[in-house]
Design a protein around this ligand. Structure first.
Ligand code: F6P
Length: 323
């Protein structure tokens, strides 16, 4: 019998640390006696048989780089029963007996479907949003938060010089974790997230007027992308209601780039290693996760049904001290 051949791909939005995870997967697999293909551009690479045979040196000098050397994509063609069957057939043709998918929830649904089509898959959470319910941490989250913090620190300089208010939108389509943590780290006066109800009058205008009366002269408001408000319009409303000159900034995709933080590199290495070990042990349809600081794994189907927990206590503390 020949050696076991596996493959690795990155899918969905890229995240700093994905390269560290690919490196860990490739090196753990090769040093455990398996062969590894790198699949290009997510599931599209399986549909087009666009793969490269990896060796120990294919992943040299990438641990410190953002982005993903395998490229990434969202694949509408793969998201159909025919697409999944085609990808599974191509895996069989290429001799791929196991697949590691680094990405978010959408990518894990693909991994579940491909497992059902006969290709054992393991998911690794890679997304800056930290929105994977089964895991308290996702690869890229730490770097993205630190990037956002650094950017808002710069905004603070000009906000302070002009006695203004800055409304800053950070990423997080369905999840307020980047906004909450960045908001605390930059001393934001208000933090708007999808998980917490808010009221402009009570939480912003009145709060600004009160803190202004007790000596505050400039204001930072951090808004998660998915909080349901348009930051340009909110800035205009703030000026109208408070008379305080206000500017809006959308940080956008800058948060997805850059050299991964130490934490992202280390967690990516641990998770990539764990994913390969699961395949070696004959496991499939599992997703690697972090729970209480430990690397564990869950059934993908069950993980996709879990509900995310928002840290309401941390939010409460943030509001208490942002006065
Ligand atoms: O990576 C997650 C995320 O950054 C979301 O917060 C954001 O809504 C989305 O990706 C945007 O991704 P894209 O522009 O690549 O579709």
């Amino acid at each position: 019998m020949g050696k076991k051949q596996i493959a690795v791909l990155t899918s969905g939005g890229d995240a700093p640390g994905m390269n560290a995870a690919v490196r860990s997967v490739v090196r753990t697999a090769l040093t455990s006696g398996m062969g590894v293909f790198g699949v290009h551009r997510g599931y599209n690479g399986l549909l087009n048989c666009d793969v490269e045979e990896m060796n120990l040196r294919s992943v040299s000098d990438i641990i410190h780089n953002g982005g993903t050397i395998l490229y990434t994509a969202r694949s509408p063609e793969f998201n159909s029963p025919e697409g999944v069957q085609k990808a599974a057939e191509n895996c069989r043709k290429l001799g791929i007996e196991g697949l590691i998918v680094i990405g978010g929830d959408g990518s894990f649904r693909g991994a579940r479907d491909l497992t059902q089509a006969g290709i054992p898959c393991i998911g690794v959470p890679g997304t800056i949003d930290n929105d994977i319910a089964c895991s308290e941490y996702t690869i890229g989250y730490d770097t993205a938060m630190n990037t956002a913090m650094e950017m808002v620190d710069r905004l603070r300089d000009t906000t302070e010089s002009h006695d203004r208010c800055s409304v800053v939108e950070v990423m997080g389509r369905r999840c307020g974790d980047i906004a909450l943590n960045t908001g605390i780290a930059v001393g934001a006066m208000a933090i708007l997230v999808p998980e917490q109800p808010y009221d402009f009058e009570r939480d912003i205008y009145q709060r600004m007027q009160y803190t202004q009366r007790i000596g505050k002269r400039h204001f930072i408001i951090v808004v998660a992308e998915g909080a349901g408000c348009h930051v340009e319009e909110l800035a205009k409303e703030i000026e109208k209601h408070t008379g305080i000159e206000t500017r809006a900034t959308i940080l956008g995709h800058v948060q997805r780039g850059g050299s991964p933080s130490l934490r992202d590199r280390v967690v990516a290495t641990q998770m990539g290693y764990h994913a390969v070990k699961l395949l070696l042990d004959g496991e499939s349809n599992r997703v690697v996760a972090m729970r209480n600081g430990l690397i564990v794994d869950f059934d993908i189907t069950e993980a996709l049904e879990m509900l995310r927990r928002f840290d309401t206590e941390l939010y409460r503390i943030a509001m208490k001290v942002s006065i």
